[in-house]
Design a protein. Structure first.
Length: 125
């Protein structure tokens, strides 16, 4: 799973491509959470537009939610945008949002980068 991480003034833009695995996303999350810049970040935009498939199981979704919940105890308000324009993957994104409902981090699914950026900008003001 190739991915890129861009640290922005108020957050993180992460773009994925190819086949995405749950283990690789978890590893990437832990790297982000361990970076000193994460302390000042207000959002993550995860762009899945260029993926061609995934190897993400239900257990991975639970692990994502658990690690996010642990981090949310230290960092209360935080937005996570999921850009998932492919119909085949929206159900997986919705399951993650359902698992994390009523948690401190707020998740939302978008079709475009522009829509995700509008949401994080509004929530940052």
């Amino acid at each position: 799973m190739p991915h890129s991480i861009v640290w922005e003034p108020e957050g993180i833009f992460r773009a994925f491509s190819g086949i995405v695995s749950g283990e690789e996303i978890l590893e990437s999350n832990l790297v982000l959470y361990d970076d000193v810049r994460f302390e000042s970040a207000r959002y993550i935009i995860n762009n899945f537009t260029e993926i061609s498939g995934h190897a993400i199981e239900p257990d991975h979704l639970s692990a994502f939610a658990s690690t996010d919940e642990m981090i949310s105890q230290l960092k209360h308000e935080f937005k996570i945008a999921l850009i998932v324009p492919q119909d085949a993957y929206v159900g997986l994104a919705r399951r993650l949002c359902a698992i994390t409902n009523n948690k401190l981090f707020e998740y939302r699914i978008f079709n475009t980068v522009d829509d995700a950026r509008k949401w994080v900008k509004i929530s940052s003001e």
